[in-house]
Each structure stands twice: as C-alpha cells, then as structure tokens.
Design a protein around this ligand. Sequence first.
Ligand code: GCU
Length: 665
Amino acid sequence: MPADGIPEGEDMTVHPMWLPDDLADREGAGLRGRSIAITGEGDLFETVRRDAAALGLRLVDVAGADGADVVVEPADAADALGPESFALTRGTDRTVVRYGGASGALYGWFQLLREAVQAQPHRGLGTTRHEPAHELRMLDHWDNVAVHPVMGQVERGYAGGSIFYDDGRLRDDLTRVERYARLLASIGINRVAINNVNVHAREARLLTDDLPGVARLAGVFRGWGIRTHLSVSFAAPLTLGGLGTSDPLDEAVQEWWAETADRVYATIPDFGGFVVKADSEGQPGPFAYGRSHAEGANMLARALAPRGGMVHWRAFVYNHRQDWRDRSTDRARAAYDHFAPLDGHFDDNVVVQVKYGPLDFQAREPVSPVIPAMRATRVALELQVTQEYTGHQLHAVYLAPQWREILDFRPFGDDGPRLAEIVRGGIVAVSNVGDDEFWTGHPLAQANLYAYGRLAWDPSLDPAAILDEWIALTFGMDERVRDGIHSILDESWRTYESYTAPLGVGFMVSPQGHYGPAVDGYEYSPWGTYHFADRDGIGVDRTVATGTGYAGQYPSPWRESYESLETVPDELLLFFHHVPYTHRLHSGSTVVQHIYDTHFAGVEAVEKLPAVWAALEGRMDAALHARVSDRLAEQRRSAVEWRDQINTYFWRKSGIPDERGRTIY
Ligand code: GCU
C-alpha cells in the first residue's frame, strides 16, 4: 500500500465523467431520499437497485409500491416494448418506468436520471417511449495486453494506458472497469470488444490460455447488460492450435474453431463473439488460401452460431503495399471491390463492419458506398471515437455533428432511406478512453463518448441537445458553463477541418503518429493516401470518365453528383477530382484562395477559445479546468503549425499569392 493509504489500484482521483456521485442531490433533480420500488428479479434489477441506493434513493418494497415516488415495473404485453425498451411516465408526484425486459429497466433508470438532472420543465408531464434504433451498440477497444513496441498499450489511444491491461497482464483491480461499465450502460452500449483488431501474439492467447481473465472482465460488463467480444487472429489454428493451416475449408480448422468456441462458452456463457480484421494491414486472412471473405467469416460464424455468438468481420481490406507510381490502384475502391460481390453470401450471424468512409476515419470523407451496396447483408457502421485523425484528444473536436451527417446521409437520394435506417448490423466505434484521470485525456472528449452512445441508441438526436445533456450531467445547470462549452464545441469539427487537409483530400498528417501536418508525409508511401498536388493543381480523379472509377460505386444520384464538377459538394471536391488551383468552388472562391481563407479562419476561431474557457474558471473542478486550458494552448500551437505549413506549401507550389496579402512563409 502506498503512503497515502489508498489501496493500490484504487485511484480515488478518477473523474466520474457524466455520473458524479451527487447527481441525485442536484438542484431540481430532487431525487435524494425519494422512495423507489423496483419490480423484477435478476442481476440487472439488482444493479438498478444498488445504483439507486448508492445515489441516495430509498428502496421500498414492491408491496408498498403504490406509495413510492419512483416505480420501475414491467410493461403490459399491449405496450409491445422490446427487451431493451421502456416507457417513462412523469406524473405530478410520481415517475413510472415501464420496461419490456431487464435491460429496459436499466436504460429507463438512466433516462430518468438524465431528465431529472436536466430539470427539464419543457418536457412536462406525460409518457415517452424509448426504443433503441439499433440492437447492436458496440465499442471496440484497440487495447493491447502487452505494450506494443510501436503502438503502445492502446493502439491510437490518446488517454494513457489501458483500463483493462497493464504491461502484459489483466489488471487485478477492476474497480475502474466497473465504473466504466456503468457509464457505458448509462448511454445504452451493450457490446464491448476488449482487445485490438491487430491481434499480436500475446493478445491472441486471450482466446485460449487467458480465458479466465476474459471471464473476469465479462463478469463485470455482464452486470451492466454488456456482452463481451474478442478480436481474434484468423491464423489462430496455426499459431495457437498447432495445425499446419488456417484454411477455412479445412475440416481440422473448422473443428479447431468449434472446439475453441465451445471452451469460450463453457467459461463465458453469454460471450458476444469474434471481431476479425483479416487480410488487412498485414493481418492474416482467407486470401492466403484462395478463399473469399464470406468463406472465412462463415466458417467462424458456424463455430459460434450454436451458442448465439456472432462475427464482426471488418471490411477494411485494401492493398497497403501499393506503389505510389501506380495511378490505377485506388485504395478508396478496395472495400467495395472486395465485399459488394459477396452481398447475400454471409451467414445471419455475420456482421460486416464498414468504416464510415472509404479511406480511414478522416475529418471529411464521403460515406462508404459499401453500405448501400450490401442490402442483403447485416452491415454495421464503424465510427471512431478515439481522435486518431481529429486531433488526438489534444484538440477540442466534438464529433457528434459529423456522425449525425453520416447517419443522415441518404445513399439513394432524397426519397430514399437514411444510412441509419439501412445499417442492420448496428453501430460500432473505436473507444477513446484510457487510464488517464479524465478517462479521455481531453476532458471535453468525454462528450464524444457520451454522444456516441446516445446516437447509437437514437440517431435522430440533435448533437446540440446531446451536448446539453452531457453538460448538465457533468457540470450541473450553470448557464455560463453551458454556453461556454457550446461555443467551444458546436463548430469544433468544422473548425478542425478548416485548418487541416482541405476539401476532402484527407491525410497530410505526420505518418509516424497521425498528429500534426506533413503535407507530403504520405505522398510517396505505399499506403494509397495521396493528394497529387503539383504546380498546377491538386486532388484525386476518382471519376468514371477519366479517373479511378470510384464515383461509379455509388447508386444514383450520388454517382452522377460526385462525377461532375458542376454538382460535387465543395467539401468533397478534392476527394473526387483533380483540379487547377484556380478552379472556382460553388462558394465562389478559387481552390487556392479557399485553402488560404479557411486556414486563416480556422486559426482565428481556435485563438478565441482560451478566453472563453478562462472565463469559466472557478465554476468547475480546478484540475479539469487546468487540463482543458493546457490542451487549448496546444491546439492553438498545432493549428498555427497546420495553417502555416499548408498555406506555405500551396503558395510555393502554385505561386499564387493570397488575395488579402496575409503572411505566408
Ligand atoms: C488505421 C489505424 C490503425 C488501425 C486501422 C484499422 O489504419 O491507423 O492503427 O489498425 O486503422 O482500423 O484496422
């Protein structure tokens, strides 16, 4: 035990995120001391009872429920509520949660807290129904068990080490994981994958030797209605099973997976399933045996199907050893080329997991054409809460507006469904937490995790309203805090876009860590992420007429819209077209002037943030305030660097001066 008397691992300084202990005492919430009667037997009901008691509510006997202030009870069959759904009725002196199943009771409890804390008089009395839009709402952790020599403990993690593992082993003390599970349950997350999609040798063994550890984690998550999944290596029969092959059509391989799955289920009866990154960035896969990805995925799916498990098979498959001289290969095309022909060939318990854009979690990309192309497949949308290409949780970037745009995209045009309606395999995102005191490094990045869960539950929620909820829960009802945070975050994604890679061209980041500008960092690399800037112009010609043909992967009307310079949206111009610097955007500006203007404007916006934040000092936890101040200073430094490198690069390439004569180096 260390000198301060706090037991090892019991880090008392961990920030509570949006569930501080005093929630029930908040002005207006008025929950402390109120009586609550909860009808229902089983672990999740016990969880709700414990949580209510911990927040200071008074548990009363169901028999006396008539007199309780809060009642949690099963809905009638006529209410037709699914197992995770609930209805919340607010009366003058009583609130009633009627649930479809135990998870519905859990989610209803947290909705009740959300509303109470926001003291929402405008919501008034009456009943609201709450049903998740997606059955699968998942977070993928890119955590390594052992510290990876290049990627560290958490791949693309910007918030310290892993909350699960510490240098080669599962942590003994899972108190923090328990807090995390509660936070996730409060935003409706019901699935978690606990290890990196790049499955290194140590992590591969989670599936076998380390099952008891996985079972411990699964036990913690289970208490909060969350099922645990593992990322597995497609080569496991070879590397762990001692077989001579991992060919999916080989019977011994199939048996190995079936037996392995049986052992997992014997230890973890509600195990969620496997996440697989195959034939991608060096990970093994079915291509080595001349098999298709449907053959690979279905083989694993059949091992899991008898126990209700599923396979999340990632569509992030492309040639990462491309020759930059080869203009005929287009990485953006790859996922569609590999997967669209397989539509309808996947088993029911396979979910094909597709990143939102064709490249890689850029601040701006078109929505992936794989999703509308695979209507006969359960496709999941993959988002990235961890800010790999959006500022490493050093920059304040609220991503909910981007996600809403993606979810609202109508791949078949105005009369067709939204993306959120056609992804039948749920929503998945890469997590942004670590063992940092504030969980997410940048305390304001907690809002991204919160918003992710809320949008996965209900993709029609307004990002600003979600932010209101998060602020109210985290900081209380101080209007100045609310307004200050809104003015920092509301436009932050567009601001970030404005001072980084322009007009949808992407990347221009340092290849080492993906932080900070390096305009040509990837230009002569094998990764397939080029901007093709020369003295005359910039952009990637992905048209059918003269380019790589990528635009043709979209259904109408987008294939035509993206194909033509007349109709391509400005923000995606350079993703689809190579144009001269003097090309005029729909906005009226030329490409090069737009680059200068947005980079100056982006920095101007960032320069205003520290004063906004400074005005909130004393209105919140001092350590949190100080952390954000530090990060805003770094964001300013970095934004200036982006502005100057990008503007200088294009001024030197094009020789075209800034119309407004500002300083470019
Ligand atoms: C990106 C990221 C990798 C990650 C990969 C993936 O390329 O940089 O760290 O492994 O995406 O999604 O699999």
